[in-house]
Design a protein around this ligand. Structure first.
Ligand SMILES: Nc1ncnc2c1ncn2[C@@H]1O[C@H](COP(=O)(O)OP(=O)(O)OP(=O)(O)O)[C@@H](O)[C@H]1O
Ligand SMILES: [Mg+2]
Length: 163
């Protein structure tokens, strides 16, 4: 048996661990629970484990986990919980985090480093530096935010996998 082969046929090409065929994708969904600090960060942690298993490079995994964690925590803290959807394609990872919370009044303002509406209580827990959205922008290859006051927020990110 040569390196990278498996019984029942070639599934993994040498030097490349991602097993998804060209038009396949892997889909993952995680609930971002409301008011449950114990499970905050679970969605990004699950995705991190899966990407590690798939052989995505550690540097890219780090960018994805950082950005996804920030979006997930925002949905938890500011949006009252929501859902995280992740699609892994052979050439990219797409992540959608959505909530039905209060929404963002002024997205441009919210994107500025240091801007935060976090309450004192939330700040005591170590959040509220106003760095989450800038961090997402710096780490993602593409970031789209769709938010409407009173309706909720959708944060969509794309990360390219270079082969
Ligand atoms: N999902 C969301 N729902 C409602 N408002 C949001 C949401 N995400 C971000 N915001 C608004 O945008 C602001 C900036 O978000 P950002 O993540 O940059 O900072 P933060 O969450 O306040 O602090 P940090 O992420 O550094 O802990 C928030 O304080 C909040 O007012
Ligand atoms: Mg934040």
């Amino acid at each position: 048996m040569t390196a990278g082969s498996s019984q029942g046929g070639e599934r993994i090409s040498p030097g490349r661990k991602i097993v998804l065929a060209d038009n396949n994708k892997m889909h993952m969904e995680t609930v971002i629970a409301k008011d449950d600090f114990a499970s905050a960060g679970e969605a990004s942690s699950r995705v991190k484990k899966t990407l590690t298993m798939l052989g995505v490079s550690p540097a890219l995994i780090k960018r994805i986990s950082v950005a996804m964690y920030e979006a997930e925590i925002n949905a938890f803290i500011h949006g009252g919980g929501g859902m995280a959807y992740t699609d892994v394609y052979p050439d990219r990872v797409e992540i959608l985090i959505e909530d039905q919370g209060k929404g963002i009044e002024d997205i441009e303002l919210a994107m500025q480093e240091g801007y935060s509406t976090a309450t004192e209580e939330v700040q005591m827990l170590g959040f509220g530096a106003g760095m989450g959205l800038p961090n997402m922008k710096n780490n993602a290859d593409e970031l789209t935010i769709d938010s409407h006051p009173g309706e909720g927020t959708k944060v969509w990110m794309r990360f390219d996998i270079s082969i």
